[in-house]
Design a protein around this ligand. Structure first.
Ligand SMILES: Cc1cc2nc3c(=O)[nH]c(=O)nc-3n(C[C@H](O)[C@H](O)[C@H](O)COP(=O)(O)O)c2cc1C
Length: 164
């Protein structure tokens, strides 16, 4: 088993490295995996873009994806992980998890930066309307203000348990 990931601004890469250390498995960026692993078993981590896991389809064509982890700025929920399975058409036997990542507006350029400036206002308005925020929601709100990270080992506990 190896870990393969696709990261845009580095947070998913951080999770891949944490998981690599925790499970003692090598990790490679999608597109830079040594050829000998073709068709082999993979834990895939990809950043979330408009409700999709970036790189999953490409990874699933090249490798035997056993577990897939989406990394986004949203607070985690069971519905979110199951929604990702449906959207990405991930087979029932494959583990699907969500880990809250991070966000940094200054690492974005062009269209993505503009889109997220608008999106962040919507997300912040929704969260500010709530009477109480969970710790994960509070982190998402911080992210909408510019930059924050939720990346930590604990957020990979479900993935680690799945592997063991
Ligand atoms: C254009 C764009 C779309 C995004 N769409 C989502 C989304 O649908 N759901 C979500 O939770 N996070 C979304 N995010 C946030 C990223 O998934 C989040 O910041 C993630 O941690 C980035 O990981 P990376 O640093 O590995 O690229 C989006 C970010 C960008 C720039």
């Amino acid at each position: 088993m190896i870990i393969v990931y696709k990261s845009n601004t580095g947070f998913t890469q951080e999770y891949a490295k944490l998981l690599s250390r925790e499970l003692g498995l090598p990790s490679y960026e999608l597109g830079r995996v040594p050829a000998c692993h073709k068709g082999g078993e993979v834990i895939y981590l990809g950043w979330l873009f408009a409700g999709t896991i970036v790189g999953y389809k490409r990874c699933a064509k090249l490798y035997n994806v056993r577990c897939c982890v989406g990394v986004g700025m949203s607070p985690p929920s069971v519905e979110l992980a199951e929604g990702l399975r449906a959207t990405m058409k991930i087979p029932a036997g494959v583990g699907v998890f969500y880990a809250q990542g991070g966000f940094d507006i200054n690492k974005l350029r062009g269209a993505m930066k503009l889109i997220m400036k608008v999106k962040n206002k919507e997300i912040a308005a929704r969260l500010n309307a709530k009477a109480e925020l969970s710790e994960a929601e509070r982190l998402t709100l911080e992210m909408t203000k510019g930059a924050a990270s939720a990346v930590c080992r604990e957020n990979l506990a479900e993935v680690v348990a799945w592997y063991r």
